[in-house]
Structure formats: structure tokens, C-alpha cells
Design a protein around this ligand. Structure first.
Ligand SMILES: Nc1ncnc2c1ncn2[C@@H]1O[C@H](COP(=O)(O)OP(=O)(O)OP(=O)(O)O)[C@@H](O)[C@H]1O
Ligand SMILES: [Mg+2]
Length: 254
């Protein structure tokens, strides 16, 4: 509906928006810097934020930025299966034929990680999205699976991403072994604290009939089409609302 009104070429906030077309707002840049830090240091990082703030998008941008000669990415959203599927997926992602028993599977995954890092000089990067779905037993497993105490430096990067209550969960006593090993906690700001609720459509993904949306500045929800600019990396739902209200307000005037 508003796509025609704003002369948009594409649907804003689409899942397939290319990271190269990212709206480089502060929330996005800060998330990328935090992820970069974990990439450089190696170890476990935590990325949290309300739905739609751009966590998965930032993870995709990280993934795109990694060179295959230095990093091997295994992306695994938890919502796609049970925990055994998750471990099998990790083994498969590392090029292994998954072992049947969990204890063997863990050893297999750990050895594959060490081989990749030490022998081939490639760091495996595990990106686990939707981790707020993780059950307690699974979080405890993660603490065991990614424990490489014998190594002087971590041979892997693990990014855990999810909704804000994931952090609260990790602070419970039973998850201290995992929480203590998290070297970076980053919370992406939500709509109210982020780029501003009026924040709008994005640079290359969306062009208005009057030049690029990013040339304009958001002045809030209003009747003027120029009131909508830049994506709301703050919240895609707010972004949609801004566009719908803006379009109907403008139509109402004529
Ligand atoms: N910096 C950005 N530039 C352009 N588009 C963005 C940006 N950040 C987010 N988006 C858009 O917003 C949509 C929602 O972002 P994303 O799916 O990353 O949110 P999320 O935090 O993972 O939400 P959820 O918790 O519901 O999974 C994306 O599909 C993308 O189109
Ligand atoms: Mg997501």
C-alpha cells in the first residue's frame, strides 16, 4: 500500500535486504564494532535486543565481512530444531559426519574446531541466533562444548544472539560458567532509544520518487513524504507504522 505512495522500488525491512545496503545508523555501526571485537579477540560474544532492532541483520553483515580464507562460518538459528539437531548441525557445518552419541559428538566438534584453527589457520565462527529459546540444559552444554581451557587462546568465535531476557537467563547461577566466559555483551537500542522513531527507509534498498530516502531527514510521523527517511533499524514494526500513518495522513489532506 504505502510502497506505491512513497514510490519505493522494494519492500522496506525485507528479510533479504543485502547488508551492503545497510542503513549505517549508530545502532548498526555499534553492533558491528562489538561483533568485530569478538572476531578479533576470539571467544564468546552476546548480542541482544528487542524484536526487529536489527540483530539478525547485523549478524548477516558480520558474516558477509568475513574472509573464507580466515574464517569458517557456521550459522545456526536455534528455532530450527531440537538440541541434538543443533549439535549435528555444528558437526556437519564443520565438515564432519556427525557421531551418534552425544559425548562422541561433542569430542568430534571440539577436535574439528581445534584442527581448523591450529592446522589450517582458519577460525570457526559460530553464529547462534534466537538463543532466547535455549533451554537451561542446552546453555549448560554450550559451556562444556566451547570450553578449550587447554588452549592459551580461544580457537573459535561464538556469537549468541537473542531477545533481552537471554541476558537475564545467563545471569542465573547455573549459567555462570558460560556467562563468565562472555567477553562482549552488546544490547542494541530499541526504537525509543535508538535512531528515533521517525527513522525510516533506507539508503540503497529504497528510493523515493524525490531522490534517495537517506537524503531526507525524519521529522516524525507526518503528512509530508519527506518526513520519512532512513530505515528504522530501531524497529521494523515502528517503521511500517510510520509509513502507513504518513501515507494516510498525506492522502487525507487532498
Ligand atoms: N541497518 C539496517 N539497514 C537496513 N535494513 C535494516 C537494518 N537493520 C535492520 N534492517 C531491516 O529490519 C529488518 C528486521 O531486522 P532483523 O531481522 O535483523 O531484526 P532482529 O533484531 O533479528 O529481530 P528478531 O528478534 O525479531 O529476530 C531486517 O529484515 C532488515 O530488512
Ligand atoms: Mg532475528
Amino acid at each position: 500500500m504505502y510502497k506505491t505512495f512513497y514510490s519505493l522500488l522494494r519492500e522496506p525491512f525485507a528479510k533479504d535486504t543485502d547488508p551492503s545496503e545497510a542503513y549505517p545508523g549508530a545502532a548498526f555501526q555499534e553492533a558491528l564494532q562489538a561483533l568485530e571485537y569478538v572476531k578479533r579477540t576470539r571467544g564468546i560474544g552476546l548480542l541482544i535486543g528487542e524484536p526487529g532492532v536489527g540483530k539478525t541483520f547485523a549478524l548477516r553483515a558480520l558474516k558477509e565481512s568475513l574472509s573464507p580464507s580466515l574464517h569458517h562460518v557456521v550459522y545456526f538459528p536455534l528455532s530450527t530444531g531440537g538440541v541434538m539437531d543443533f549439535y549435528r548441525g555444528l558437526a556437519l557445518g564443520l565438515g564432519e559426519e556427525p557421531k551418534y552419541r552425544k559425548v562422541d559428538l561433542f569430542r568430534q566438534i571440539q577436535q574439528a574446531i581445534e584442527r581448523l584453527h591450529h592446522e589450517r589457520r582458519i577460525t570457526p565462527v559460530f553464529i547462534s541466533d534466537e538463543m532466547h529459546f535455549a533451554k537451561d540444559a542446552f546453555l549448560q552444554d554450550i559451556a562444556i562444548l566451547f570450553n578449550f581451557e587447554m588452549d592459551s587462546t580461544n580457537p573459535f568465535v561464538l556469537i549468541l544472539a537473542g531477545l533481552p531476557h537471554l541476558q537475564g537467563k545467563l545471569r542465573l547461577n547455573q549459567h555462570r560458567p558460560l556467562d563468565q566466559r562472555i567477553i562482549m555483551h552488546h544490547a542494541m537500542p530499541d526504537g525509543a532509544a535508538g535512531e528515533g522513531r521517525g527513522g525510516g527507509l533506507h539508503r540503497a534498498s529504497v528510493e523515493t520518487g524525490r531522490g534517495k530516502a537517506s537524503d531526507l531527514h525524519a521529522v516524525g510521523v507526518g503528512g509530508d513524504r519527506s518526513a520519512v527517511a532512513g530505515v528504522a533499524p530501531c524497529d521494523q514494526h515502528v517503521g511500517h507504522d510510520v509509513l502507513v500513518v504518513g501515507a494516510s495522513a498525506e492522502k487525507g489532506r487532498h
